[in-house]
Design a protein. Structure first.
Ligand SMILES: C[S@@+](CC[C@H](N)C(=O)[O-])C[C@H]1O[C@@H](n2cnc3c(N)ncnc32)[C@H](O)[C@@H]1O
Length: 397
């Protein structure tokens, strides 16, 4: 179906589409006169430059292409004037509709509204981060784990896993510079389970980043560990070893550079963080699983409208647990960040605490500790990690 819009609406339409940020692209074509200084074709699209939305005009003048960026408040006037004075035709595209515009000799425009042919565009000028693992390139551990076939095609049922591994490697890549290069390093994955991410991390650090890595996966499940050990042997990953054990009881090594713990149940994550702090690990990457501990403790009448709903209480306790862990790590000498691990649509357990060892001034520590004390009193909580790290927190809490 097409709509006829009144000619006077041209400028108003441009203002509306630009100001409500629905315009995806505008194309001006069919040059009215053969003026050499006039462009043969003009395209305009929104771009984000240094976090600000601008409109980029691209002029095709003979073989030359000229770019010009304008603010939103100048873009509508310039676009309309160019179309009226220099072109016979325009196509303005939004995700909801296409607007086809025909301009007559007197500069009067007829606007036809048609079904949309463009759905969305990539706004950022910064190129999207490339996947560290590319589909189409077979990687032996991914083939063995059943994520890819021998030709490198990712199996449909494993696509989410493939994306998760890629995202995890991005997060590892972000902290590689924190790891020492002048000596062998030790990396441990607590609660490694089937170890998709452990294999990925080992492969990435050893073969792509060329670090001298010794990696360990630890889990309670004997059968899973036996399977992972057999796979490591098959892949000839000689410095990757798997052991059966409980995180809190693990005392087999004295020095670890990076501790990873992904989706280990409840306070098993806290036990892993406690170990990491005591080893003085440079880097900690931690994604929680179920967070029962604070769920049982949370209590404040002010929060009654939230706490009376089980699902809200569960989410609140999960967020409080992540916040407590991140803050306690800061209080014992780390810089913590909480970042999204993978989209919410795949799992709600998607927040990763990334902590890197870093000296913090006494003054900052006091402020962070005071905030933490108020927070825990407000929620009426007594977290495992604080109790475990009591000796390290002395004088602060
Ligand atoms: C949900 S799986 C996650 C596996 C893997 N890290 C991942 O993210 O794909 C959690 C794993 O943690 C292990 N686990 C839980 N508590 C543990 C503990 N106290 N010590 C060692 N492993 C533990 C479980 O056996 C299970 O294999």
């Amino acid at each position: 179906m097409t709509d006829n819009l009144n000619d006077d609406n041209l400028y108003r339409l441009a203002v509306e589409l630009i100001h409500n940020e629905t315009l995806l692209q505008a194309t001006l074509s069919n040059k009215r006169r053969k003026e050499p200084q006039h462009a043969d074709k003009v395209k305009m699209k929104p771009v984000i430059l240094k976090g600000e939305r601008k409109y980029q005009f691209t002029y095709q003048v003979g073989p030359k292409v000229i770019h010009e960026n304008r603010n939103a408040d100048q873009a509508a006037g310039h676009l309309t004037q160019l179309l009226r004075e220099q072109f016979k035709q325009g196509l303005w595209q939004t995700a909801e509709a296409d607007y086809q515009i025909l301009v007559n000799k007197k500069g009067k425009a007829a606007i036809l509204k048609k079904p949309a042919t463009k759905k969305t565009i990539e706004l950022s000028h910064n190129r999207k981060k490339k996947y560290l693992l590319e589909e189409g390139t077979p990687v032996p551990y991914l083939v063995e784990l059943g994520v890819m076939n021998a030709q490198g095609k990712v199996l449909a049922a494993k696509y989410d896993k493939f994306r998760q591994i890629n995202r995890f490697l991005e997060l590892v890549d972000d902290v590689v510079s924190e790891l020492p290069r002048n000596r062998p390093i030790t990396v441990i994955d607590f609660g490694c389970g089937k170890s998709y991410l452990t294999f990925a991390m080992y492969h990435y650090l050893t073969y792509i980043k060329k670090l001298n890595v010794r990696a360990i996966g630890l889990d309670l499940k004997e059968d899973v560990i036996a399977h992972c050990s057999a796979l490591a042997a098959k892949l000839q990953y000689t410095n990757l070893n798997f052991y059966v054990g409980d995180i809190s009881q693990y005392n087999d090594i004295n020095e670890v550079d990076m501790v990873v713990t992904l989706h280990a149940c409840d306070t098993a994550t806290d036990a892993a963080l406690d170990k990491a702090v005591r080893w003085g690990a440079r880097v900690i990457l931690s994604v929680p699983c179920c967070q029962h501990e604070l769920f049982k403790q949370l209590d404040n009448p002010v929060l009654a409208p939230m706490l009376e709903h089980g699902i809200i209480k569960e989410r609140l306790s999960a967020l409080a647990t992540d916040s407590v862990r991140a803050r306690l790590l800061e209080l014992v000498g780390y810089k913590s960040q909480i970042v999204e691990f993978i989209d919410m649509e795949h799992t709600p357990k998607n927040l990763l605490v990334r902590a890197v060892r870093q000296a913090v001034s006494e003054e900052s520590l006091r402020k962070l500790a005071a905030e933490y004390k108020q927070f825990k009193q407000f929620l009426h909580i007594d977290p495992y990690l604080e109790r475990a790290l009591q000796d390290r927190l002395e004088g602060l809490l």
